[in-house]
Ligand binder design. Structure first.
Ligand code: NAD
Length: 263
């Protein structure tokens, strides 16, 4: 068996049909892994899987999933096991939604939907995949938190609360699964233009972010995918339970002006 074959793993990427998830699927396939692209928008998942299979035959499969539905999650992970004879060694929970509404206007339905998809979905997929990982005594789970896990933002009562919960969920899973050789970490991306943000961010939103971020620019999907793939790698075996900001320094920043300061 070659080194490449030994390192080939089965990966599952939820939300893999778009944005950060699609970039992760691409990178993991380029590293030699077989990638299940899971998404509620199955046509997008198929397009990504087709692209990966064109580059390397049988490197990808597309699976329909609603991460907030326990039966759909079970069926999707069973489909991976059936196709490739084992469950996922690597799981990236990138499926998510970003409803925007103020504290005074956010409906309970909107709030609950963000919790069901973002938190419930991460819980269900992680638990389902981790059962197989625990048997095999190896696994990597990477969750998509956000700078909104750590900082409040206007209009983000549903989204931000769900992303803070993902940081807590990550620690809970890391704590209990570490003994099985499984690591569970989260990345906290700063703003990145994807289908999710394109519909909400105006030029003013982008300019405001660019002025606040020490790197003075928004991120891109490949920069987030690189950090995720590192946490999925063998080299990251001793990193467990962390929330890794990938945000150009946004969360590190405080006072951004010297106005009025005397030397
Ligand atoms: N883009 C950003 O600026 C940013 C910043 C921080 C965190 N994030 C997080 O990164 C993750 C990916 O976001 P993105 O920017 O790539 O967005 P995106 O909209 O491009 O991708 C999200 C994907 O999730 C899928 N999805 C939504 N609901 C689903 C469900 N119930 N079941 C299965 N799939 C579902 C969508 O179909 C879509 O393909 C999200 O969790 C998001 O909160 C994004």
């Amino acid at each position: 068996m070659t080194q490449q074959q030994q390192n080939t793993k089965v990966a599952a990427v939820t939300g893999g049909g778009s944005g950060i998830g699609a970039a992760v699927a691409m990178r993991l396939a380029q590293s030699g892994h077989r990638v299940a692209v899971l998404d509620i928008q199955i046509d997008n998942a198929k397009a990504v899987a087709d692209q990966l299979n064109a580059q390397r035959p049988d490197s990808a499969m597309a699976v329909s999933i609603d991460v907030s539905d326990p039966q759909s999650v079970d069926a999707a992970f069973s489909a991976i096991e059936k196709q490739w004879g084992q469950g996922a060694d690597l799981l990236v929970n990138s499926a998510g939604i970003m409803p925007v509404a103020s504290v005074l206007e956010c409906s309970y339905d909107m709030f609950r939907k963000a919790m069901d998809v973002n938190v419930g979905g991460t819980f269900l997929c992680s638990q389902r995949a981790a059962r197989g990982m625990a048997e095999r005594r190896f696994g990597r789970i990477v969750n998509l938190a956000s700078i909104s896990s750590e900082r409040a933002g206007v209009g983000r009562v549903a989204y931000g609360t769900s992303k803070t919960a993902i940081a807590g969920l990550t620690r809970q899973f890391a704590m209990e699964l570490g003994a099985y050789g499984i690591t569970v970490n989260a990345v906290a991306p700063g703003p990145v233009l994807t289908a999710m943000t394109e519909k909400n961010y105006t030029p003013e939103t982008k300019a405001a972010f660019e002025s606040m971020i020490p790197a003075k620019r928004m991120g891109n999907t490949d920069e987030i995918a690189d950090a995720i793939c590192y946490l999925c790698s063998d080299g990251a075996a001793y990193i467990n339970g962390v929330l890794l900001p990938v945000d150009g320094g946004y969360l590190a920043a405080g006072v951004g002006t010297t106005a009025g300061i005397k030397a």
